[in-house]
Design a protein around this ligand. Structure first.
Ligand SMILES: [Zn+2]
Length: 288
């Protein structure tokens, strides 16, 4: 009985913690075989976990989405995703349903950073080869197929600190417009532990990338990954299986960084999503 109450309390807490956009679609038809559940953030930068009959076919804006043996699939909405996304499901017996998903638009802030080393804003020509090579290394790491749905462990903040940068912000570095910022920045002391935000496999552990500095990429399965940037130390190796909360590195300021911070980025099959939508702000600690 006590256990049941505790479980209920936990569940209630979870429900109350749910962020500003949380929609649960449940289309029930004549048989269980034609049920679909969608759960997540229907917003630019959001991630949605879906579940349906594993023998179905799922398309998002006419792009086929792969399902696992349990019928689970992942959807992501980009920073500038259009306001409507079309979900199409073809059930095993040929019945087809389409559903328009309304994707909430976001306002992104403009962030100006002026004290950056100019070489990191506009890299000198002799670094081009190195940068090109590094882009390829990162791409290859992200393309490694990890079929296990590690992301089911859920997510936690990978470090403690103060938020100094958010997803989607437009960046103007030393007066020059640059690519938007896709991660969440947590600033803290040099050497602050950096933890795995969810279960996964290390697909990249690389010292000193030109822009990102020392970087770890963790594949959470099914094309979902986390990148942890600007580290001062890396404690894991490529191929290593890790659990949520494992210490994988230390916070630093390697690469293009204006101070000691961790930049946590996430993407699903090339679409960059907002990690902050997967954790609760009140769980972020200033220090460990
Ligand atoms: Zn950053």
């Amino acid at each position: 009985m006590v256990k049941l109450l505790q479980a209920l309390k936990k569940l209630m807490k979870k429900i109350i913690n749910i962020k500003y956009i949380y929609i649960f679609y449940f289309f029930c038809f004549s048989s269980i075989a034609q049920t679909i559940e969608l759960d997540g953030n229907f917003i630019q930068g959001g991630l949605v976990i879906g579940k349906t009959n594993p023998a179905s076919e799922v398309y998002l804006d006419n792009k086929k989405i792969s399902l696992d043996e349990e019928g689970t699939f992942l959807l992501a909405f980009s920073r500038k995703n259009k306001p409507e996304a079309l979900l199409k499901i073809i059930f095993p017996k040929g019945k087809k349903i389409t559903k328009t998903l309304n994707i909430k638009k976001r306002q992104y802030i403009i962030q100006r950073i002026n004290d950056l080393d100019n070489n990191k804003v506009v890299p000198p020509k002799h670094f081009y080869e190195r940068i090109k090579n590094e882009i390829e290394i990162v791409k290859r790491a992200k393309n490694i197929k990890v079929p296990i749905a590690y992301y089911k462990s859920g997510f936690m903040w990978p470090s403690a600190g103060i938020i100094t940068g958010v997803y989607g912000s437009q960046r103007i570095l030393n007066g020059l417009p640059r690519r938007p910022h896709f991660g969440i920045d947590l600033a803290n002391k040099m050497g602050t532990p950096v933890l795995a935000p969810a279960d996964g496999i290390v697909v990249l552990a690389y010292d000193n990338l030109y822009f990102a500095g020392s970087t770890i990429i963790i594949a959470h399965g099914k094309g979902l990954s986390s990148s942890l940037l600007h580290l001062s130390d890396i404690f894991v190796n490529i191929g290593q299986e890790i659990k949520k909360g494992d210490k994988v590195g230390s916070m630093g300021e390697s690469g293009r960084a204006t101070g000691v911070h961790l930049d946590w980025r996430m993407e699903l099959r090339g679409i960059r999503i907002d990690p902050q939508l997967l954790v609760s702000k009140k769980d972020l600690r200033k220090n460990f």
